[in-house]
Design a protein around this ligand. Structure first.
Ligand SMILES: [Zn+2]
Ligand SMILES: [Zn+2]
Ligand SMILES: [Zn+2]
Length: 79
């Protein structure tokens, strides 16, 4: 199944990935996947998959700290 490739920020202390943008779609090349360009438009096979795989996360910036969500919920205070 296909997946999105997303760029974002990685916060090392909580290992959270904050997505900035989806940069590309990784095509799985399967003719049984409705999201693939290999899938025939005329296909009537109902067993074809049409859901996305796990997003591939590409950190373009890495911070040696907690993300804002963790900071605001107080998780960062204990460390
Ligand atoms: Zn696919
Ligand atoms: Zn199909
Ligand atoms: Zn976090």
């Amino acid at each position: 199944m296909c997946s999105y490739i997303a760029e974002g920020r990685l916060f090392k202390k909580c290992r959270h990935f904050v997505r900035l943008q989806v940069v590309a779609m990784l095509d799985c090349g399967s003719r049984l996947c409705e999201l693939s360009i290999q899938h025939p438009k005329s296909c009537k096979n109902r067993s074809c998959t049409n859901y996305l795989g796990k997003e591939i996360q590409k950190p373009i910036v890495t911070y040696d700290e907690f993300c804002w969500a963790c900071q605001s919920t107080g998780h960062a205070v204990a460390a």
